[in-house]
Design a binder for this molecule. Sequence first.
Ligand code: ADP
Ligand code: MG
Length: 343
Amino acid sequence: MRRLLYASLLIMGFALAGCAARPADERVISKMLDGPLDTVSTITLYGWSGDEKPIEDIFTMLYGIDARMSAISEESEISAISGRTGTPAKVSKDTFELIEYAKKISAETEGAFDITIRPVVSLWGIGTENTRVPGSEEIDAALLSVGYEGIILDKAMSAVTLSKKGMRLDLGGIAKGFACDKAVEIFKNADVRHGVIDMGGNVYVYGLKPDGSLWKVGVKNPLAGENGYFCVVEAADRAIVTSGVYERFFESDGKFYHHIMNPRTGRPVDNGLISVTVISESSTQADALSTACFVLGAERGRRHLAMLPNVEGIFVADDLSVRITPGLRDVFNIVDERFKMAD
Ligand code: ADP
Ligand code: MG
């Protein structure tokens, strides 16, 4: 939990620099979410009119997504879809569209991103009290139930069917981004002009800063146990989403295991990366791609992002070398000198 609170402070640290007290037209509110969004979410409005409605609407929406999209709660739509091979489950439009989009990203990333990874995630128990290193046979068995091609979508019925035995969904790699985009929609409809949505590792800077400049967003230092940020990105109307190994992990026999899984091996990704950040207008896209690019690795990940318009990325390896996409050159600065540009 500490990591998420900390992420919230990063951007506010910038936003508040030099202010002794918060101005009357600034409104900050933080609330805990504990479903797949699993974060302290902080909304900040600048030039605030005093209207509480958009803030209430955002949290109502966030709690709704948390409840519907949980892979754990028996009551959720995801549980209704999972674990019932061959039987269609009717779901809300939001859930249907998100699963449809996730499947598209899976195909585009050749399965690096795969929301059917749940049987593998459960086996390792990462993020729960039951973490353990499973045996190869167990991993092979779980992998038989993984594969996004097995998600069958019926748009007319808004129904989802999982076709392989034991298949289960996990929206943990994309739900936060989706929720963030929904919050941005609420900002737009409420005529909010400047704001920040911070969902711990998923930040959206909305509009320009009230003084007309770009926001400066700190990206968390990915070294385990370290606080602070290692680089700063300047942006407006952008999602800045980071997937890192420091988020959820455990150690066993001196080995380090984290929560981003390689759907081909059924094991935590082990390619030398410690953090990937994706920057895009769409937070849903940035969230899915930060997870996908982590799996793809720095080279394939950067090649993938290069094909997409207005999507940028920052890749950090365990030797603290940093690679970025060309579009970031003028808006990216390393502020922790232990990290070095690789090229
Ligand atoms: P975080 O949830 O910490 O913000 P990510 O967005 O990278 O980080 O999502 C990681 C979560 O996504 C994992 O906890 C798991 O639920 C799920 N996941 C793990 N590996 C994959 C994968 N290859 N494709 C899709 N989802 C994944
Ligand atoms: Mg993600």
